[in-house]
Structures are given as structure tokens and as C-alpha cells.
Design a protein around this ligand. Structure first.
Ligand SMILES: CC(C)(COP(=O)(O)OP(=O)(O)OC[C@H]1O[C@@H](n2cnc3c(N)ncnc32)[C@H](O)[C@@H]1OP(=O)(O)O)[C@@H](O)C(=O)NCCC(=O)NCCSC(=O)C[C@](C)(O)C(=O)O
Ligand SMILES: [Mg+2]
Length: 356
């Protein structure tokens, strides 16, 4: 373990000083594109200002013989496209045990390090993986003359990573956030779902049987079933680990692109539990994430009323028959601060909240 006083010292001579607080930039959707796919790459400039984060994916979903083309495609995009103030450029590098990762890091950081906001690291197993990335990034930042530290985002997609999630979240001042990787995590845990995120009709709770005429349970009657959320425990634990270390939790991908309704439900569950965003795999999911991860006008209006009723956040008042106090004031401040941050980037939302 590093001494607390050294935690914020650069890990290589000439590397930029680590951040003491992770910038809370709007990141409602992390939109994935394959930089080796010319059709997708061509769409990137038009998605600036539409998606909060654009992520050039180099790992899974990019076939082995396209790994170099994806890396070089991303270098070109980072050089050619102006991402402006409101859209961040991220990448997902190949896994640390792959033959590509060293070149991914070396090429990207030394060539376009100042354009990259966050590097997403897949299949993180423990804090030792983050320590490795932390040091090599510092060395490469120094070599490439990068001016500000590149932040790191871990994907939670192994049972070991899950067991170490708190240590991963706190492993480096570069840690920006963590995403759920439901497909790899399901495989690693030997879960029996073949879906990429989302629920499963088999994971349910069934209503008790009604009583028959003789007072005994009637096992033949109709009984309602309630589908449960397979990911509840994982997301809740990830949220706690992130909140504890001042970094941001994200729901990951929802693979059923056509089921926009269930996608919205899964995103909203994650939002309500504390996540700040989700992945978008297809342009259609950008709007879903934007809708879900922006507080509603009603919530903002309510939060404002509570703030007006308790300007210093102390005491207890009744609003619409409900008790509000110091704690619910803090809940309202979470909503207001998020609304304010998002409004600064999004004039449409700003107007909606003003009129709320
Ligand atoms: C699902 C797919 C195959 C459907 O692709 P499609 O071409 O069949 O879809 P479409 O509806 O026909 O596409 C319409 C148009 O949109 C374009 N398009 C389509 N998608 C995108 C995109 N993302 N960005 C920009 N443009 C996109 C597409 O090229 C096409 O352009 P066109 O009108 O000019 O012909 C495609 O959307 C895709 O490849 N998406 C990204 C997949 C990906 O990145 N997967 C990896 C992340 S999930 C993961 O890794 C798991 C995890 C965390 O690791 C773990 O749980 O373990
Ligand atoms: Mg994965």
C-alpha cells in the first residue's frame, strides 16, 4: 500500500500530477464504436455533442485481425475530430493478458494522450491491475509530454474483480469509475444466462398459492410471478465501492438492441441505485440513456421546493403531506446538483428544468 502522502505524487518523472478529485463531467452514455469499422468511424464527428462520451473500442467485438486497424483508426479520429468541451473521448484497451495491450497503451498515450480523457480497462481482477496501469500510464505520459493525467475506468467482469471491487475503486487517484460487464461476469461466475445484461424470465418470485375450498393451498390455481433483477446485488455493491472512493458507477451494456423498453427499465434501475450512466452499443440507446440519466422535471421541481422550504438544510417540514428533513434535503441536493451539471451542457434540459 502506498503512503497516503505519496498517493498524489506522479509515478514517473515528468508525468502530470494526479487529480485530487475526479471531475464530475456529464457521462450519461458511453457510446461504443469500432474505429476499424468505416461506417461507424464516419459517424463519430456527427455524434460529438450528441453523446456525452464517445469510446473507441479496441477489445471484445473487434476481431483479432482488425486490432491494429482499430488502434490506428482511433489515433486518426483523435487527431482529426474536435470533440469540443462537452463530449469526452475514451477508449477500451485490450485486456492486460492480451498480445495487443502494450501497443494499445504505447501508441495511444504517446500519440494522442492529450485527447484521451479516460482509458477503460477490461477484466480487472484486483488493485494490482490498476497499479500496473497507473505506473505504465505515468511513464508513457512523461514520454509523450501529456499535460493532464489520463483517468482510468475498470470493468467489473470477473468473480475475483467483484470480490476486490472496493480495493479496485481505491487503487489509484486515476480511478474515474467502474462499469458492470454483465456478459463476461456471467460467464466467469458460471451464471446460466446467455443474455448481455438485462433480466431473465427464469429469475423470479412466485405468489403464494391461494387456499382451496378445504382451506389447503391450491397448487393448481393461477399465481402471479414477479421477475427479479439478476444484477441487483452486483450493481448495489459496485455503487457503494464507487461512492466510498469518490468515483462514478455505471451500468454496462444492454445487448437486446431492439428491446428499447427493457433497456430503459434496466438503465433506470441502475440510475435509481446510484449509477451516473450506461453504455450505448447502438445509436438508438443514446437517447434512452439521455432520458433515463437526466433527472425528471418533476423531481427537480420537488427538490427545489424542499430547498426553498429549508434554505439551510436543517429541521423538519411538511410538503404535500410528506415529512422532509436534513436527510431528504441531502437527497434533493443530489438531484439539483446533477440537474445543474447537465444543464450547463444541454440547453434543452436547462429550459425544461427552468420551466419545471
Ligand atoms: C450491435 C451491432 C452489431 C448492430 O449493428 P447493425 O449494423 O446490425 O445495426 P443497424 O441497426 O443495421 O445499424 C444502423 C446504422 O447505424 C450504424 N451503427 C450501428 N452501431 C453503431 C455504433 N455503435 N456507433 C455508430 N454507428 C453505429 C451502422 O453502421 C449502420 O450505419 P449505416 O446506416 O450507415 O449502414 C452494432 O451496433 C455494434 O457493433 N455495436 C457495438 C458493439 C460493441 O461495441 N460491443 C462491445 C461492447 S459490449 C461488451 O463488450 C460486453 C462486456 C461489457 O465486455 C461484458 O459484459 O463482458
Ligand atoms: Mg467483456
Amino acid at each position: 500500500m502506498r503512503s497516503a502522502k505519496d498517493f498524489f505524487a506522479p509515478l514517473a518523472v515528468g508525468a502530470p500530477t494526479p487529480v485530487t478529485e475526479v471531475p464530475a463531467r456529464p457521462s450519461r452514455m458511453i457510446h461504443f464504436f469500432d474505429p476499424s469499422n468505416p461506417k461507424m468511424a464516419a459517424k463519430v464527428p456527427d455524434m460529438v455533442g450528441v453523446s456525452d462520451v464517445l469510446l473507441g473500442n479496441l477489445e471484445d467485438a473487434v476481431v483479432a485481425d482488425k486490432k491494429e486497424a482499430a488502434r490506428e483508426g482511433l489515433v486518426q479520429i483523435a487527431k482529426d475530430v474536435d470533440f469540443g468541451e462537452h463530449t469526452q473521448l475514451w477508449t477500451r484497451i485490450n485486456s492486460l493478458d492480451s498480445p495487443w495491450v502494450l501497443d494499445d497503451l504505447t501508441r495511444l498515450v504517446t500519440e494522442v494522450g492529450d485527447q484521451l480523457d479516460v482509458i477503460m480497462v477490461p477484466k480487472v481482477q484486483g488493485p494490482e491491475d490498476i497499479h500496473y496501469i497507473d505506473r505504465i500510464l505515468a511513464q508513457l505520459e512523461a514520454k509523450g509530454g501529456v499535460q493532464r493525467p489520463i483517468l482510468v475506468h475498470a470493468i467489473l467482469e470477473t468473480a475475483r474483480g467483484m470480490a476486490n471491487v472496493e480495493e479496485i475503486a481505491g487503487a489509484s487517484p486515476r480511478m474515474q469509475g467502474i462499469s458492470l460487464g454483465p456478459a463476461d461476469l456471467a460467464a466467469d461466475r458460471r451464471m446460466k444466462t446467455t443474455r448481455v445484461g438485462g433480466g431473465h424470465p427464469g429469475y423470479l418470485v412466485r405468489q403464494d398459492p391461494a387456499k382451496g375450498l378445504d382451506g389447503a393451498p391450491d397448487y393448481t390455481g393461477e399465481r402471479s410471478v414477479f421477475q427479479q433483477d439478476l444484477w441487483h446485488y452486483t450493481i448495489a455493491r459496485m455503487v457503494d465501492a464507487c461512492a466510498m472512493h469518490g468515483i462514478f458507477p455505471f451500468y454496462g451494456p444492454f445487448g437486446d438492441i431492439k428491446d428499447t423498453v427493457a433497456c430503459e427499465d434496466q438503465f433506470r434501475n441502475a440510475f435509481l441505485l446510484g449509477c451516473v450512466g450506461a453504455w450505448s452499443l447502438h445509436p438508438v440507446q443514446i437517447e434512452i440513456a439521455k432520458k433515463v440519466f437526466s433527472p425528471t422535471a418533476e423531481d427537480v421541481a420537488h427538490a427545489r421546493r424542499v430547498k426553498e422550504a429549508m434554505p439551510d438544510g436543517r429541521g423538519a417540514v411538511m410538503i404535500d403531506g410528506k415529512m422532509e428533513d436534513d436527510a431528504s434535503f441531502k437527497q434533493c441536493m443530489v438531484v439539483l446538483e446533477l440537474a445543474e451539471r447537465l444543464s450547463a451542457n444541454d440547453p434543452e434540459l436547462a429550459t425544461m428544468y427552468e420551466e419545471a
